[in-house]
Design a protein around this ligand. Structure first.
Ligand SMILES: [Zn+2]
Length: 267
């Protein structure tokens, strides 16, 4: 079984297509690629290119194969939004909360993130943190999501579970070295098989080796994610398949770790 923990309902390239049609494409793609479940990550503001939280709920309805995370814009959202996230976590409508440092100018150590961390601790669900550069021409933003800031959050909140998305590309070695012994830090593989990410991060073999080391050292802490529709599901599946690890660890990466981490409640 494969669970993709990182997809978006989005329209890359701004095609004239409704976000509802994108959901149908997602289900089609899942069928073709053998993905049983996906976790949809909303954008944290309303926009026509990528579904925000309200739009995601409207689109997902009771779709059994799709789960959702919550998000927040720490510059705009006030207590009412925190109360809403609390309720969504309680009723299992969301399975964690995503923060976007780097997309927005704030550090994970920002005081305004605290209520999110407290909620995630209370419900035993992860906070997913976007990391890395946006593109080779937009590297500046990575200063906000450097794992060294995440390490400070770990020190302050030892019971908080954190998922690092995109392995702080292109500095994956650095991310690995800094976080390899922290049990509460997880990694999703989203974007890691993208050609631009591979090239910037030292090539396929290097990325494969880092991921292999991580999976062998932290058996429970790597979850499959793709960043569909921006990235290819097939390439990400092939990256995991290329790891020289025992079959049982591959199964953990493909589904078992995610089912536990996000409390998906699927057998
Ligand atoms: Zn993403």
């Amino acid at each position: 079984m494969i669970v993709d923990t990182h997809v978006h309902i989005s329209n890359p390239g701004n095609k004239r297509k409704s976000l509802f049609e994108v959901k149908d494409e997602l289900l089609d793609s899942m069928k073709r690629q053998g993905i049983r479940y996906s976790i949809v990550i909303p954008d944290n503001f309303p926009n026509p290119q990528c579904a925000d939280m309200d739009t995601v709920f409207e689109i997902l309805k009771d779709e059994k194969q799709l789960f959702a995370l919550g998000t927040i814009n720490i510059f705009k959202d006030k207590e009412a939004h925190i109360a809403r996230l609390d309720n969504l976590l309680k009723t299992k409508k969301i399975h964690g909360i995503k923060l976007f440092p780097g997309h927005e100018p704030f550090y994970p150590t920002d005081k305004r993130c605290e209520p999110v961390y407290e909620l995630c601790i209370e419900y035993g669900l992860p906070v997913v943190i976007h990391t890395g550069i946006l593109s080779k021409n937009n590297a500046e933003c990575a200063k906000y999501n450097d794992p060294k800031h995440i390490m400070k959050v770990v020190q302050k909140h030892p019971r908080l579970t954190i998922v690092i998305a995109h392995f702080f590309w292109p500095k994956m070695d650095y991310c690995y070295e800094l976080t390899k012994d922290i049990e509460s830090i997880y990694y999703d593989t989203s974007g890691m098989a993208d050609p631009e990410v591979l090239e910037a991060s030292g090539g396929f073999d290097k990325v494969r080796r880092i991921l292999e080391k991580t999976v062998l050292r932290k058996l429970n802490n790597v979850v499959f994610g793709t960043d569909w529709p921006i990235c290819s599901v097939k390439k990400h599946r092939e990256l995991i398949k290329s790891l020289r690890v025992p079959q049982e660890l591959e199964n953990k990466v493909f589904s078992l770790n995610a089912i536990k981490l996000y409390r998906l409640g699927i057998p």
